[in-house]
Design a protein around this ligand. Sequence first.
Ligand SMILES: C[S@@+](CC[C@H](N)C(=O)[O-])C[C@H]1O[C@@H](n2cnc3c(N)ncnc32)[C@H](O)[C@@H]1O
Length: 255
Amino acid sequence: MPAQHPTPYDDGELYDSLFDSHHDDLPYWLAFAREGRGPFLDLACGTGRVLMPLLEAGLDGDGLDASKAMLARCSVKARETGKSPALVQGDMCEFRMPRKYARIFCAFNAFAHVLETDAQIAALACVREHLSENGAFAIDLGFPRPEVWSAKPDQRVLEGEFTHPSRPTRLYLFDRRRMDPLAQTQHSQIEIEERDLHGGLLRTHVSHTVLRWTHKLELELLFRAAGYRRWEIHSGFEREPLTPAAQQMIAVAWR
Ligand SMILES: C[S@@+](CC[C@H](N)C(=O)[O-])C[C@H]1O[C@@H](n2cnc3c(N)ncnc32)[C@H](O)[C@@H]1O
């Protein structure tokens, strides 16, 4: 998508009105960061949905993200809670942080924004360089259901409905997708409608994004190519085994 198109990450407040209340993954990331017994890096930290609760739990961590707007929102939240993590604007495929980390993670499908294989390997290698000796990296990545791959393109699908956290409105998230099975990509036009409680449309935020979906064997090859020595891949935050019906991978790779 040309760079001038709005992205879902141009408005940190809007992102938080949809997702800041998504807490299902927080216990997993908290335990993962805690078991490192050292600093953590939240790669593609966005508005700090995961980073902030971990800092508030007393852990020492930093965040990196490509979006200035998402980081701006994150830094307001950090200031409000008296935390001062390093928040760096950068590309996960070529970043430099001033210290190493016991744990690095990339939550909520953020790795799917890396579209090319070379860039995926570069990101994993760059992460590895930032891990301390026994450090580990984790990602969670969804798998589109089989029917998503075969669906008619450009259908407007309602992905979720949300109550606005601070206004008497409802938010409706629609995705109009076009799948490319060869490139393993999903080209989405995302429409977020904000409606009053009578259903009247107040505003619509339209953005575009491309996601690259990665499968288990491919992810293992990527870890291998980037120099990791071992990894585990589960299908959920309770470390459930990966089965053919899985819709998500939680992968941990050790430096
Ligand atoms: C779905 S959001 C996830 C944010 C956060 N990890 C969370 O769990 O709420 C994806 C994030 O990835 C960031 N992102 C996309 N491509 C990136 C890149 N190449 N390098 C760093 N961040 C990137 C976006 O700016 C956005 O904040």
